[in-house]
Design a binder for this molecule. Structure first.
Ligand code: NAD
Length: 495
């Protein structure tokens, strides 16, 4: 087992004193305050970034307002061309970006390459393709005509203005790309506020965006804590927030946005997603499905499943086979290409997962596999299987955002649907069966923004994504994002 060597570019990038990215280049923060970025695989500090203060927020917003004035007037097709170019540049710098991402987040290098670069570029191109296809409608009003006068009307889709994109740590690049691509293709400017745990990759992408031809101010990056996000949302110069993160922070962001004069808000929040297995599914396929649904990127995916409902006749066999598969996982350094399961993203998160294990023990849950922090440097936890005692168990109701699959048996399909819906959240769910007719009859009864059949977790830019119930407001991807990043203006004409 050995780590791949870091590229000299990556070493040099990490060694820099990272400033704020405002107006097309780096600007030192007014206060000079900094935050440390730590590699969760080693516990070592790998870089320092600026912690923006209110004066920096003012500077970034003023720049974004200028950027908006210019970028919103750029021809739509040109906007698309710039985004296509950025996607090309990301691919040209694939290894560099993937290594920075793995060093800051602990994501295994294969996932950094495949999702944070390849998938992010794929999403970027999808959005770029929309540039020249965003249109309004023409309408004929039915107003009375007294002297031969006539009426016509049309709608315009206008960019909403300066967008604040607040990003979590789990997919620091891909989620930032969803936000900046939606904003830039509709003619908005955007200020990205990355997570304090993963501030680095997006700074390098901002440099590439300038190389792609984006004008200064169209994309700014302000690093810092949640206070920076709050300051941006509440700033009178910003018009919309697109937030991805936890439910409590999302509710606070929504409240700040409404309090700041009805700033538009898209909220992509967490959940407690269900996967339900009907008894006709082959056991090995069920186990592979559970690994896809619950253990990819150590379960640190908002759409991942954490609650698994399996028919009573099969649950022991499924958990047993799953335990065997998890025992065989190659746990190790995320920079080793053979590693299948790496650390979680930071110490705070590792300790939160440890507290869930303690609660499971205190509640006498059966820990079928794992259930401990791993005693080695870095933030590792064991992939875990827990059998809940009943529907009210903590592990069946609170988001862990980690590699913990909690199981409960069911007896009837009605009971399965009731269990799947027994949560205030509704981001995603999956149903596993060979009977597609039955699946299609059950899908409408499942309360979630996305329902997968015989798959889980995989997102496509053409398919809208977002939460129902307490998992969010608004949709990303597909054509749905256009609603959220534009204002609809109606124009009526008498002639
Ligand atoms: P978090 O809510 O702690 O932080 C998210 C971001 O919000 C960070 O950049 C943080 O600095 C910022 N922030 C904190 N307080 C703020 C405030 N008052 N105002 C403005 N910004 C503030 O989330 P996290 O721990 O980084 O990410 C994990 C969570 O994100 C999980 O709950 C997960 O389910 C969710 N998530 C959801 C989706 C989705 O698409 N629905 C995708 C990924 C992650």
């Amino acid at each position: 087992m050995s780590d791949i060597p870091l590229l000299p570019h990556v070493e040099a990038f990490l060694r820099r004193q990272h400033a704020l990215f405002i107006d097309g280049g780096y600007v030192q923060s007014h206060s000079g305050q900094t935050l440390e970025a730590t590699n969760p695989a080693t516990g070592q500090v790998i870089a320092e970034v600026a912690d923006a203060d209110p004066a920096d927020i003012d500077a970034a917003v003023a720049s974004a307002r200028r950027g908006f004035k210019h970028w919103s007037q750029v021809a739509p097709a040109t906007r698309g061309t710039v985004l296509f170019k950025l996607a090309d540049l990301m691919e040209q710098h694939r290894e560099e970006l993937a290594q920075i991402e793995t060093c800051q987040s602990g994501k295994i290098i294969q996932i950094s390459r495949a999702f944070e670069v390849d998938q992010a570029a794929h999403f970027l191109r999808y959005y770029a393709g929309w540039a020249s296809k965003i249109t309004g409608q023409t309408i004929t009003p039915s107003l009375p005509s007294f002297a031969g006068e006539r009426y016509t009307a049309f709608t315009l889709r206008e960019p909403v203005g300066v967008v604040v994109g607040i990003v979590p740590w789990n997919f620091s690049t891909m989620i930032a790309i969803w936000k900046l691509a939606s904003a830039l293709v509709t003619g908005c400017s955007i200020i990205i506020k990355p997570s304090e745990f993963t501030p680095l990759t997006i700074l390098r992408i901002a440099e590439l965006a300038m190389e792609a031809g984006l004008p200064p101010g169209a994309l700014n990056v302000l690093t810092g804590t949640g206070l920076v996000g709050k300051g941006l949302v509440e700033h009178p110069g910003t018009n919309k927030v697109s937030f991805t993160g936890s439910v409590p922070t999302g509710i606070a962001v929504g409240q700040s946005a409404m309090g700041a004069g009805l700033t538009r808000a898209t909220l992509e929040l967490g959940g407690k997603n269900s996967a339900g297995f009907l008894p006709d599914v082959d056991l090995d396929k069920a186990v592979s499905g559970i690994i896809e649904a619950g253990f990819l990127h150590s379960g640190q995916i908002c759409a991942a499943a954490e609650r698994f409902f399996v028919h009573r006749s099969q649950i022991e066999a499924v958990m047993d086979k799953l335990a065997q598969r998890l025992s065989a996982l190659n746990i190790g350094s995320p920079l080793d290409e053979r590693t299948e399961f790496g650390p979680v993203a930071n110490r705070q998160h590792q300790l939160k997962l440890g507290a869930f294990f303690d609660r499971a023990r205190a509640q006498n849950n059966r820990i079928v596999h794992g259930g401990r922090l791993i005693d080695r440097p870095g933030c590792y936890v064991e992939p875990t299987i827990i059998l809940a005692n009943g529907v009210d168990d903590t592990l069946l109701n609170e988001e862990t955002f980690g590699p913990i699959a909690t199981f409960l048996p069911y007896d009837t399909e009605e009971e399965l649907l009731a269990l799947m819906n027994n949560t205030p959240y509704g981001l995603s769910a999956s149903l596993w069966t060979n009977d597609l007719g039955k699946a299609l009859r059950m899908v409408p009864a499942i309360e979630a923004g996305t329902v997968w059949v015989n798959m889980h977790t995989l997102l496509d830019p053409a398919v809208p994504f977002g939460g129902s119930k307490s998992s969010g407001v608004g949709r990303e991807f597909g054509a749905a994002f256009i609603e959220d990043y534009t204002e609809l203006k109606s124009v009526m004409i008498r002639y």
